[in-house]
Design a protein around this ligand. Structure first.
Ligand code: PMV
Length: 334
């Protein structure tokens, strides 16, 4: 069987001809992986080598409106500012929208606003592609299932497949070459005491965008071969810990998973170092807190910022120890 293209997913689930049904307005939360996605088995379809599991950041995310453009030309705004259509961000957004337009000349106005505080220094591609997918589905009256929409959001950015839900979400890696079994779903378990704190270390651009960092790690890191199996096991352990409400097991596994992912990148040739000295000193401080009896764990993504995982009983301690922390309560009703 030949290789599959991103457009095959849309050919399979969308009608041949689409029409604009009405203005759409959708929100999607950002998410932090507790066990990570790092490495693709298919670069065009964003198919991962292992499953991953995340927690959504509730009110931190992206709101995207899609309407019919009266000027007859595509327009894009980001946080209220017009974006030039040649800007790489606009090119990505409309290339994604084209999958839904299916060759029909439907000029769109896309207005996207991030609710993530700039001070948090978090990327918004996961919530951005998820909100765009939900809005395009609404604007074209497609009524696709969330599993199908997750598969489509995945084409925009892998982690976007997990941003269609609040709470704990697992992205099953799947095995099929066409990617039709690689999508996310929400775990039916709330944990109201669960807390996330974001500690911003750096807001500058990443040294390597995540796709480039992943591909370089897979191609050159001698440590990468052990990652997919370990990450798959970590994902299962974290899912079990959520259902057992075993916070120590969850935290220990999430922190070890993040450190292992960074170790694979650091061993790439040449090495990739997303973490800065300040990130390491926070990780050190977190481990110190644990030695003093606090149940506090760290996780880090493709950047220098550190995210803390803890329960409500330690919230005051975290606020005092890390005054710069921005705290999210993932299970508070919106
Ligand atoms: O979805 P991407 O291509 O931005 O990759 C996300 C990579 C990590 O954030 C490091 C891990 C993850 O699973 O979110």
């Amino acid at each position: 069987m030949g290789r599959f293209a991103a457009s095959d997913i849309f050919d399979r689930f969308l009608p041949e001809q689409v029409t604009f049904k009405g203005d759409a307005d959708q929100y999607a939360p950002s998410n932090i992986a507790l066990s990570k996605y790092w490495g693709k088995r298919d670069k065009e379809l964003n198919l991962p080598l292992n499953s991953s599991l995340s927690i959504s950041l509730r009110e931190w995310g992206t709101r995207t409106k899609v309407s019919y453009s009266r000027s007859g030309k595509d327009t894009l705004s980001l946080n209220g500012q017009a974006v030039d259509l040649n800007d790489p961000f606009a090119v990505k957004v409309f290339a994604f929208a084209d999958h839904f337009r299916r060759g029909v000349p439907l000029p769109l106005s896309i207005d996207t606003t991030n609710t993530i505080p700039t001070a948090a220094g978090l990327a918004s591609s996961a919530s951005g592609f998820a909100a765009l997918t939900l809005s395009l589905n609404q604007a074209f009256g497609l009524e696709l299932s969330l599993s199908t929409l997750s598969m489509m959001a995945r084409i925009g950015s892998g982690s976007a497949s997990r941003s269609l839900w609040h709470g704990f979400v697992e992205w099953t890696c799947g095995e099929k070459v066409d990617g039709t079994d690689s999508y996310a779903s929400r775990l039916d378990r709330d944990w109201p005491e669960f807390r996330i704190a974001i500690l911003k270390v750096d807001t500058g651009p990443k040294s390597h965008p995540s796709t480039q960092g992943m591909n370089h790690t897979v191609a050159t890191s001698p440590l990468f071969s052990s990652w997919p199996k370990q990450a798959q096991e970590d994902c299962t352990t974290i899912r079990d810990a959520i259902f057992e409400k075993d916070f120590e097991k969850l935290g220990e596994t999430a922190e070890a998973n993040a450190i292992t992912m960074h170790a694979t990148m650091m061993a790439a040739r040449p090495g990739i170092f997303y973490l800065k000295p300040q990130s390491w000193s926070i990780i050190d401080q977190v481990q110190d807190c644990r030695r003093n009896g606090r149940s506090l764990f760290a996780t880090m993504d493709a950047g220098a910022n550190v995210k803390l995982i803890f329960l409500a009983e330690d919230e005051q301690f975290v606020r005092t120890t890390f005054p710069q922390a921005q705290i999210v309560q993932p299970f508070l009703p919106l």
